[in-house]
Design a protein around this ligand. Structure first.
Ligand SMILES: Nc1ncnc2c1ncn2[C@@H]1O[C@H](COP(=O)(O)OP(=O)(O)OP(=O)(O)O)[C@@H](O)[C@H]1O
Length: 297
């Protein structure tokens, strides 16, 4: 049985179809990403998973339970950190953990959790005085306080500096290492690529692709990018004629050819045949960014 299952989920706000037939399932122990542009329906989808919104139609199950009809049981299994959460500014970290722990029969050990999230030294600090990264760590702690089997993390690293972002990623990996299933909403490509086992790309309320990060990248028609200084004697026409070449453009004083492995092989042969060098040659893979742009409007 999947840990989280969503089948043909639909939810409209008036005329606006926010979620329009979304399906996916998340296996136990997986980090599953939901990736998509602003307004794609990501938050609405995870709110339905958490039982915070009632779907118009479709099926949502968490460990086989209905998050709306069996809300209390699902709350014990599923921790939730939603986008733009807030707490009272005067509440201290310790008080927030104590308050949230009181909602559960068997909460996690507050002190161990605070230590694990690097909040031990901040237990007496008021919420309003915490940095962005510390607030985010507190919200993750609150999502984990019920010792859940799965956790929803929505826009986890928005507004964090690069170090805090990386620390948060390490934390998500350690949560998964403990066997907790993670449903992660993000529009940070690097985050999705680094953390997720599989990703559902959502656009305008629909799943446009569902695959591993490598699978999504491989789907893009062009998987290799060759670039070199624009002063080479190679003609645009002969580059365009390379097998598999999808595009040749001039950008920032460089010539950029996108294509496939066959394009790279033929390009190297062309250099040898013409006895020319391509100064500053770089051959890179298409990134998840490119794949994402291909898959969304
Ligand atoms: N309570 C609401 N009432 C009316 N419309 C809403 C409501 N919540 C969301 N919407 C609309 O539904 C669509 C999907 O919103 P949702 O928040 O699920 O998208 P999202 O992918 O999470 O976007 P973002 O990345 O910006 O958070 C958007 O057009 C949004 O404006």
């Amino acid at each position: 049985m999947p840990m989280i299952e969503v089948r043909d989920l639909r939810k409209a706000y008036g005329e606006r179809k926010a979620v329009d037939g979304v399906s996916f399932s998340v296996d136990e122990g997986e980090i599953f990403g939901i990736l998509g542009p602003n307004g794609a329906g990501k938050t609405t989808t995870v709110e339905c998973v958490a039982g915070l919104r009632t779907a118009d139609s479709g099926v949502v199950r968490v460990a086989g339970l209905d998050p709306v009809a069996e809300h209390d049981r699902v709350t014990r299994l599923l921790g939730v950190q939603l986008q733009q959460s807030e707490l009272q500014a005067k509440l201290t970290v310790g008080e927030a953990l104590e308050l949230y722990a009181s909602f559960y029969e068997r909460p996690a050990d507050r002190h161990a959790l605070a230590a694990r999230l690097g909040l031990e030294a901040h237990l007496g600090v008021r919420f309003g005085k915490l940095s962005g990264g510390q607030k985010q760590r507190l919200f993750i702690a609150l999502a984990l306080i019920g010792d859940p089997r799965a956790v929803v993390l929505d826009e986890l690293t928005t507004g964090l500096d690069p170090r805090a972002r990386r620390d948060t990623w390490d934390l998500v990996e350690s949560i998964r290492a403990d066997g907790v299933t993670v449903l992660l909403v993000t529009h940070v490509m690097e985050e999705a690529q680094r953390l997720c086992d599989r990703i559902a790309v959502i656009d305008r309320g629909r799943v446009t692709a569902l695959d591993t990060p490598a699978g999504l990248i491989g789907r893009t028609a062009t998987a290799r990018v060759i670039s070199f200084a624009a002063d080479s004697p190679l003609e645009t026409a002969e580059l365009r004629a390379l097998p598999g070449a999808a595009d040749v453009v001039a950008r920032d004083g460089r010539t950029v050819v996108t294509g496939t492995d066959a394009t790279v092989d033929a390009f190297v042969s062309l250099l040898a045949r013409r006895a020319v060098t391509a100064r500053g040659l770089r051959i890179t893979d298409t990134t998840l960014d490119d794949a994402y742009l291909d898959l969304t409007s």
